[in-house]
Design a protein around this ligand. Structure first.
Ligand SMILES: [Zn+2]
Length: 412
């Protein structure tokens, strides 16, 4: 039997409205046995005890929007899929070091990466596999118009293009064939795309019906990249189960989302920070200016409507989007009127629901899998504590310690 582990510190459990000061979390055989005030904790013998300065114990962070074989690196010339896959293995380790214990991936290698992590071959977070992002030709995933669509579809590790109902059936089924557990589409154009406008509606109503129907028959949901309002609304009316980015929601979008309990995934660090990024192509710079204010307006409205939000970053471990700073997303959400506690729930329990794993992960409660982080500082007083991997002292996935930094005090 593995030795018992005890973490000591303030607990933010993603359930209660307040932190438990002077708490203890007892982990046995991969699961949380007790989480609560230290004075009420059961007696343990031979437990390994971990804490740090001003320690806060939280559920592991969940990034609900990530492209592991990332959008930015895919288009770097000379890299083969094998090169990118190896880079991704390193990136997964960086994610864990930043406190991320679960992600929804939208790229080509989610399935083999998920399986290698589950077998213990490589270090990484739990992965919900989304397969590649589905787009129309001339849409958000069409980056190289000088190549035939079929060639792009073979080479691109992030996007996959399909036109017309027949190709929509085939494209969705191909993602399932390659291991997808949910389906991601582009309902609108985007800021980073080369030729479309973010106000474009992409898939037609007929195509949306095919895609959403096919996902339902596989007992899962479709999530949609949503920038412009019209395409977002069309996708919501067609029955998508989740909105990514949601940069330009209007009252009607929010009403539909509230009524049908459709969650919103944030990606606000990119939306708010895009215009400050270095080295972006001119077509992106032009679009980036308008996005920042629109996103803030949109999320303030979503907050008023009480729409569920889950943290997502769209980070790909590029110089502009380093995984070591993936926790900036907590802070970005607070810039739009959300409290630190709301941001923490968005990055833990709400992400677990989107991964359909809320029975097992997302909160610090007895019975859950021990996916936990020990952070130095109190994020309820200063949410920026979560913004850098350096403050994440200890990371545990399923009771196994994946990171133990210099500030950890380890007592027997
Ligand atoms: Zn994305």
């Amino acid at each position: 039997m593995d030795r018992e582990i005890v973490l000591l510190g303030r607990i933010i459990d993603s359930v209660s409205d307040a932190a438990i000061e002077d708490g203890a979390v007892l982990v046995r055989e991969g699961r949380i046995q007790y989480a609560g005030p230290r004075k009420d904790a059961p007696d343990t013998q031979n437990a390994e005890v971990y804490t740090c300065e001003d320690a806060t114990i939280m559920a592991g962070f969940i990034d609900a929007h990530i492209h592991l074989t990332g959008a930015e690196s895919v288009h770097r010339s000379g890299d083969t899929p094998y090169d990118l896959l190896l880079t991704t293995v390193r990136d997964l380790s960086d994610l864990v070091d930043a406190g991320v214990t679960g992600v929804r991936d939208m790229s080509a290698f989610g399935r083999p990466l998920r399986d290698a992590i589950e077998k213990g071959i490589i270090k990484g977070p739990r992965i919900m596999v989304g397969g590649r992002v589905l787009s129309i030709s001339s849409g958000h995933c069409d980056f190289d118009v000088h190549k035939p669509v079929s060639q792009c579809n073979e080479e691109d590790l992030t996007g996959y293009m399909m036109d017309g109902p027949e190709e929509c059936y085939r494209g969705v089924r191909r993602q399932f064939r390659e291991g997808a557990e949910f389906i991601k589409i582009c309902a609108t154009g985007g800021v980073s795309s080369a030729i479309d406008d973010y106000n474009d509606q992409e898939f037609s109503e007929e195509e949306l019906k095919v895609i959403i129907g096919e996902a339902k028959r596989h007992n899962t949901y479709v999530t949609a990249h949503c920038t412009g309002t019209a395409g977002t609304k069309a996708a919501l009316k067609a029955g998508i189960g989740c909105v990514e980015h949601g940069v330009m929601l209007d009252e009607e979008c929010c009403q539909i989302m509230k009524e049908r309990n459709v969650p919103l995934v944030t990606t606000l660090s990119v939306a708010l920070g895009l215009s400050d990024m270095q080295g972006l192509p001119p077509h992106m710079m032009r679009k980036a200016q308008g996005v920042k204010e629109a996103a803030m307006r949109s999320f303030r409205m979503a907050h008023e409507y009480g729409i569920t939000v889950a943290l997502g970053t769209d980070y790909s471990n590029s110089p502009n989007t380093p995984f070591s700073e993936i926790g900036r997303e907590f802070y970005s959400l607070t810039r739009c009127g959300y409290s630190p506690m709301e941001a923490i729930r968005a990055g833990t329990v709400n992400g677990a629901k989107l991964m359909r794993r809320e029975k097992d992960i997302g909160t610090v409660e007895a019975g859950k899998l021990a996916d936990l982080v020990l952070v130095e500082g109190n994020p309820l007083n200063d949410i920026q504590v979560l913004a850098h991997a350096d403050n994440v002292q200890l990371v545990m996935i399923g009771g196994k310690i994946q990171k133990e930094a210099g500030g950890v005090r380890h007592e027997l």
